[in-house]
Design a protein around this ligand. Structure first.
Ligand code: G4P
Length: 528
């Protein structure tokens, strides 16, 4: 077996997704702790101090800078190389979060079992569905009073439209949480609450659900669990690997991240079942991860930590071949060679120089604004990786400037920030306003600070009556021209010159869709 085949085969690249407060940070930390990547719990947690939204530029930089070091983490587990990508929490929530999901091969969904499926989880899962990303589910916080487990599975199935295959099953909850029954192995892992340790807090493993030792230990709960499991077997789906890989079924695990309970099962599931990097669509052809030649694309750009140096880090997902330190590759859009001397990788404790990287790995390339989201890099072949989506924004603002003489700087700034993917810029067909669209409110704050600091423009954002946007296309050019003429006041072009309909309300959108059945309204647009 060649080095590349072996290296690709042992890579697992996944994102961890959840609604804020479900326990993503805690679980991330426990995964790192468990794999031995960090010694003491607390390293990831520390970044939470800066989690609150703030309009202070330095703070945002700092916050973002720190999260550069911790938003991608690589560690070894059971002779596998695991790349874990964090998706930012609520105030940070932006298109970045969505795009991270285009760079992974699977996702770990964390659900607060006291709350069930929450809003952000629904959004994130919809994005995973665009690429049929396989999902592993972790029901967290069983050391607390939580909702009925069957009801939770039912909610995941009906709201998230994915079949559930429970792999473990909880025995009790809260004060009477005893552990989990591993359905596939027919063994019970007993829970022993304790301190942060690298080991799993399993007091004992008992073989077989009928084992009389269980009646001795939990005379009150075990009958209930046995009955429940009968029900579960009837009401849920068995685990089928192909269905998981197709994104149709999710294996479900139960536990308590804070107690490190259930974490090993998740890591094992990711290593045993989650896919290694697969083929990627590069427009002219599919690219196989084990090809000799290096290729990669940019899925995220983050402003660097040091505000004195305006450089940014471009996050590249390697798609094929082998990256070695100092190699040259081509920036296809600019047709320029890049000597990759200072490429970094992200370890749990910070950044390190990359010596080598393979498909599935994430590498960071410092740049000065000449790299955009969606850019492809190869050893020369004209490939263009697809699938980096832009999402219909949910928040809109009109930009105004205090000093009209700065209009040129404003336009330049917005063009660059738009290209970088920091915000979406719409120019209405009618009138001179510029409308900004975002999916997270922090995006506007970042844009305001960056316009001030990098372009010397003091911008004011005002509310607009735009409620939502849809990109529009039509097979019939005459029909599209008609549409453009009649609805000129609601139409705009984005940074890539794509036509978008700006609706004033959901009803307005629905009515327009009804009136123009041949026009297609898209809620996502792929990077050009
Ligand atoms: P997030 O990244 O998804 O936003 O969640 P995070 O890990 O920060 O966890 C949110 C809260 O839930 C934290 O409490 C955390 O301690 C708690 N938590 C996480 N996992 C478990 C669990 O398995 N059981 C219980 N009981 N709690 C859990 P907090 O009070 O908001 O923060 P802190 O005071 O612990 O720092």
């Amino acid at each position: 077996m060649s080095d590349i085949v072996r290296e690709v085969g042992r890579r697992r690249t996944f994102a961890i997704i959840s609604h804020p407060d479900a326990g993503k940070t805690t679980l991330t930390e426990k995964l790192l702790l468990f794999s031995g990547a960090i010694q003491l719990a607390g390293a990831v947690k520390a970044k939470k101090g800066g989690k609150s939204a703030t309009s202070d530029w330095m703070e945002i930089e700092k916050q973002r800078g720190i999260s550069v070091a911790s938003s991608v983490m690589q560690f070894d587990y059971r002779d596998h190389v695991v790349n874990l990508l964090d998706t930012p929490g609520h105030q940070d929530f932006s298109e970045d979060t969505y795009r991270v999901l285009t760079a992974v091969d699977s996702a770990l969904m964390v659900i607060d079992a006291a709350k069930g499926v929450e809003e952000q989880t629904i959004k994130l899962l919809n994005v995973c569905r665009l690429r049929n990303t396989p999902i592993v589910t972790f029901m967290n916080k069983y050391d607390r009073e939580v909702r009925d487990s069957l009801e939770l599975l039912d909610e995941v199935e009906s709201v998230l439209k994915i079949r559930c295959a429970p792999v473990t099953w909880p025995i009790g909850m809260g004060k009477t949480f005893r552990g989990v029954y591993h359905i596939l192995k027919d063994e019970i892992l007993l829970f022993g609450a304790g301190e942060n340790k690298a080991g799993q807090l399993v007091d004992e493993v008992i073989q077989g659900l009928d084992n009389p030792r269980l009646d001795e230990l939990f005379p009150l709960e075990i009958e209930q669990t046995r009955m429940e499991l009968e029900l579960v077997k009837g009401a849920s789906h068995p685990f089928v690997l192909e269905e998981f890989l197709a994104g149709e079924l999710t294996p479900v695990f139960f536990g308590s991240a804070i107690n490190n309970f259930g974490v090993r099962e998740i890591l094992n599931a990711l290593v045993d079942w989650a896919p290694s990097p697969g083929e990627r669509d590069a427009t002219v052809r599919m690219v196989n991860p084990t090809e000799e030649k290096f290729s990669a694309f940019v899925f995220k750009i983050q402003a660097n930590m040091d505000p004195k140096h305006r450089d940014r880090i471009a996050f590249l997902r390697v798609c094929s071949g082998e990256f070695t330190r100092g190699m040259k590759f081509k920036h296809l859009r600019l047709g320029r060679d890049i000597a990759a001397n200072s490429v970094v990788t992200f370890m749990a404790q910070g950044r390190e120089q990359v010596e080598e990287a393979y498909a599935g790995d994430i590498i960071g390339l410092p740049n000065h604004g000449n790299i955009q989201i969606g850019d492809s890099f190869t050893e020369g072949e004209a490939l263009s990786f697809t699938g980096i989506p832009y999402f219909a924004p949910e928040l809109f603002r009109i930009v105004r400037i205090r000093n009209p003489l700065k209009i040129k700087q404003l336009q330049k700034g917005l063009q660059q920030l738009g290209e970088e993917g920091a915000v979406q810029v719409f120019r209405p067909l009618n009138g001179a306003d510029i409308i900004l669209g975002a999916v997270g409110v922090l995006q506007f704050e970042v844009v305001a600070s960056r316009l001030a600091n990098e372009y010397g423009v003091e911008a004011i954002f005002e509310s607009t009556n735009t409620h939502t946007a849809r990109w529009v296309t039509c097979d019939d050019p005459k029909m599209l021209a008609d549409f453009e003429k009649q609805l000129v006041n609601n139409l705009a072009r984005d940074a890539a010159d794509s036509l978008a309909y700006l609706a004033t309300s959901r009803v307005n959108l629905e009515l327009t869709q009804e009136r123009w059945p041949k026009i297609v309204f898209h809620s996502t647009r792929e990077h050009a």
